[in-house]
Design a protein around this ligand. Sequence first.
Ligand code: NAI
Length: 722
Amino acid sequence: MSESTTIRWEQDGDGIVTLVLDDPNQSANTMNAAFADSLDAVLDRLEAEIEQVRGIIVTSAKKTFFAGGDLRDLIRATPGDAERVYAGSLRIKRRLRRLETLGRPVVAAINGAALGGGYEIALACHHRVALDTPGTKIGLPEVTLGLLPGGGGVVRTVRLLGITDALLKVLLQGRQYSADRALEAGLIHEVAPDRDAMLAAARAFIEAHPEAKQPWDMPGYKIPGGTPKNPAFAANLPAFPANLAKQLAGAPYPAPRDILAAAVEGSQVDIDNAAVIEARYFTELACGPVSKNMIQAFFFDMQAVNSGASRPKDVPFRQVTKVAVLGAGMMGAGIAYSCARAGIDVVLKDVSPEAAERGKAYSAGLLDKALAKGRTTPEKRDALLARITPTADPADLAGCDAVIEAVFEDVALKHKVFQEIQDVVAPDALLCSNTSTLPITLLAEGVRRQGDFIGLHFFSPVDRMPLVEIIRGERTGDEALARAFDLVRQIRKTPIVVNDSRGFFTSRVIGHFINEGVAMVGEGLAPASIEQAAAQAGYPAKVLSLLDELTLTLPRKIRRETRAAVEAAGGTWQEHPADQVIDRMVDEFGRPGRSGGAGFYDYQDGRRTGLWPGLAEHFAKPGAQIPFRDMQERMLFAESLDTVRLLEEGVLASVADANIGSLLGIGFPGWTGGVLQYINGYEGGVAGFTARARELAAAYGERFNPPALLVEKAERGERFTD
Ligand code: NAI
């Protein structure tokens, strides 16, 4: 083998060949053409020299074992490429089949992440040993990119685990397992503490199994747990599509449906025919529109965002060692937990020692739950809690190199708490506010070092929400922005960067979704249909139920403040048709949302019991009806159009930030690839979207008129990209 190939052949005197995956042109191995050629050459040589080969170990010289499919290639696949994609999928499956039927034991020594294509290679090995490192992640996450595993992943997991476990543990959720968890789930056979032990285990397997075969190549093999040919299993089968449909709530995600079909259909035929079925479904997904949107967002945009495309380049990276969290309420407590989890010392300050202790107790509660589920150890729990110091005394904040403020949403109070601590913390400490609505530039006026002041908008519940919106005020310096970015990465969350403006990006855009849903109530449309439209568009929360959670008084407060600001700046305030509905709900009917015991829904003991029947009485208009598609698109368009305006206004500077922020922060449907990718991927592209916006404007109001930037892009045939 020449050194330029992607798979290196290493052989010692004892007849064991080690195939080292080591793409010379990339930092990670992927299923590109060079890999395919290399695998061909290696298989030819193995077959030719099989008499001298006693066994094969597959491992990698990279940090990861193997990264998976070549997404740069896949994202370009259109229906016109179907034949090529189909042939490619079959080719890789045939090669892996050759490997598993050589008549010699093949062991995957998984030295790091083996996701997607990487795990598919491992599945074609007779034995799988994984290295126990934090970087070892095992699974088939294709579904999260709108794809299905096209390298035999469906075929083999069904045969390894049975249809039910293959679907639920591996294929439908796309979960990524640590080495231990993968062992528990039956995805691998052994875990090794270090590289030597891993290779020794591989050799031991080869010695003990000179003629290893896959379970499915053994005489009398049956798929564990049965197949649709078995009447008992077949009787349970209809529950699968029904459960899936319920989970997806009608949202247009084709991958789960195709994965289910490929698994079930493939279980009824032999492995070669199952591979053909898998290739067919893979091709359908890979050449369709949704996988393009999802690959763009969840792979490329995510990579751009997390790698710091929006971070000032020339500021050196700095770690935070001790953070002050001001306010130990819901947000402060969650922020303290997330920081402590990342190994940062936290001083958690509230008005009284008791209030601060309560904030710390929140972390203890989360950790106790994790402990009960076996997700942490008593030692790790204690170590994390020991990093949080609750206090009411500002003097305890000495030496903190970052401050995150999360006290009540009140400008004077926020100014006061910063004044109290600015001379106590480190002289160059980063100063952050978690405000959700107040202008950062205004809050910065309360501190002496305005250049070091910045917004860090977390989402609730902080421990589970992966996004943080960084808001740059008018006087925020580059250094503060870079440090805020690094802090968010340090606590392993995803940062997007926006400029200061009312509602920033996320709150402002989600407001348009809510307003559109509520406006439809005012038009007399059936509330149940509005909720259904949101669910079927793919929103994780139905629009009226979401507003009930947030409370109807919140948009009123925001409206009051925004209106005052617009008018103070000499602008004219534009009413939204939703305003009247919200005012009537609160003032006339006394229904402010769930916390008030009544909203668009009725509640009993805090639990939703059903839509309020009074909606029909007070708002329904006989005969009011619009196409269901319009209901869905009014919500989707309202958000996307406002995002374009935010780009025009310079609040947003990055397309990737907009897409990721909308997906991780405010529940914009995942199949779209985000607010701006939705425009790119719309039928007819940006021009098609623009034409449709005009139609919606003619039917439902000027707010749907395309902004100039959109029209310009449509005319130039451009897409939204960075
Ligand atoms: P909260 O009411 O749960 O907590 C506020 C805490 O601040 C209380 O524990 C209070 O005792 C404490 N506090 C008041 N004065 C203080 C002082 N002088 N020194 C130290 N602590 C003091 O409020 P929540 O929901 O945690 O919100 C906090 C901030 O986060 C607000 O600015 C809010 O707008 C923002 N935010 C809230 C989100 C949410 O979903 N609730 C989401 C994102 C941001």
